[in-house]
Write a protein that binds this ligand. Structure first.
Ligand code: OFO
Length: 164
């Protein structure tokens, strides 16, 4: 059985994951609106993964006999600027998610909830990968600057992203 404290903290994280999903969906819509279909596809895959993260936590709460409480989602931004600005925002967002996962892990440690600590190790590893992905793309965008041909090539490459 989950303690109320751990359950509340996981429910908060479920909200963060659904918001991440919503944010990336909004970024994807924006990229489509500026004819960057490959960037849009990459972000759509990310949107799907974040939804899966939320459901992973949702299923975990249920499997421990807890109660999932969904919270209202705030509206994400609708304009994101140039690709460099979009991926700066992606990286910043992932850093915030890493911080919230760390906070949740600390709650599980304080509550001596070992199964939750074990479950969260997957998320900790996932965040390393997610930050790295965002950093790699951001570095490439810094290199290509505003060069249209290079941006088109990146758009094509990012459009190849498939679900894990
Ligand atoms: Fe990108 O974050 Fe989920 O966990």
């Amino acid at each position: 059985m989950l303690s109320q404290t751990v359950q509340d903290a996981i429910n908060t994280q479920i909200h963060h994951e659904f918001y991440s999903s919503y944010l990336y969906l909004s970024m994807s819509a924006y990229c489509d609106s500026i004819n960057l279909g490959g960037f849009a596809k990459w972000l759509r895959v990310q949107n799907g993964e974040e939804g899966e993260h939320a459901i992973k936590l949702f299923n975990y709460v249920t499997s421990r006999g807890g109660k999932v409480v969904l919270q209202a989602l705030e509206q994400p931004p609708v304009e994101f600027g140039k690709p460099l600005e979009i991926f700066t925002a992606v990286l910043e967002h992932e850093k915030k998610i890493t911080a919230s996962i760390t906070k949740l892990y600390e709650v599980a440690v304080k509550e001596a909830d070992y199964p939750t600590q074990f479950m969260l190790q997957w998320f900790i590893t996932e965040q390393v990968e997610e930050e790295k992905n965002a950093m790699d793309i951001l570095e490439q965008l810094k290199m290509v600057g505003d060069a249209p041909v290079s941006l088109m090539m990146m758009d094509r490459a990012l459009g190849m992203r498939a679900r894990k």
